[in-house]
Ligand binder design. Structure first.
Ligand SMILES: [Zn+2]
Length: 84
């Protein structure tokens, strides 16, 4: 039993390691290759993580392709929500 264990993930953009709860999960829509935010962790398959402040810097680069096994075609992640 790992009491107090904090799951850590690496941001896809800046490669910093952070507790998973501080990162935004990204999922892949297998139908159209779109990379989307997956805040409720509902999407199937492999996920990736990025810091909120790094979302706007997400690119379809090799690192992302590796994370999604070359299935990513488009990044459809909304940037940090605007306050209206
Ligand atoms: Zn980051």
């Amino acid at each position: 039993m790992k009491r107090g264990h904090v799951p850590v993930r690496t941001c896809l953009v800046c490669m910093r390691k952070r507790p998973r709860v501080e990162l935004v999960r990204l999922g892949l829509d297998a139908e159209n290759g779109r990379v989307l935010e997956d805040r409720q962790a509902k999407m199937k398959g492999r996920g990736a993580y990025a810091c909120c402040e790094c979302l706007s810097a997400l690119r379809l680069d090799r690192r992302m392709q590796r994370a999604f096994r070359n299935r990513a075609r488009e990044v459809c992640v909304l940037n940090v929500p605007h306050l209206e």
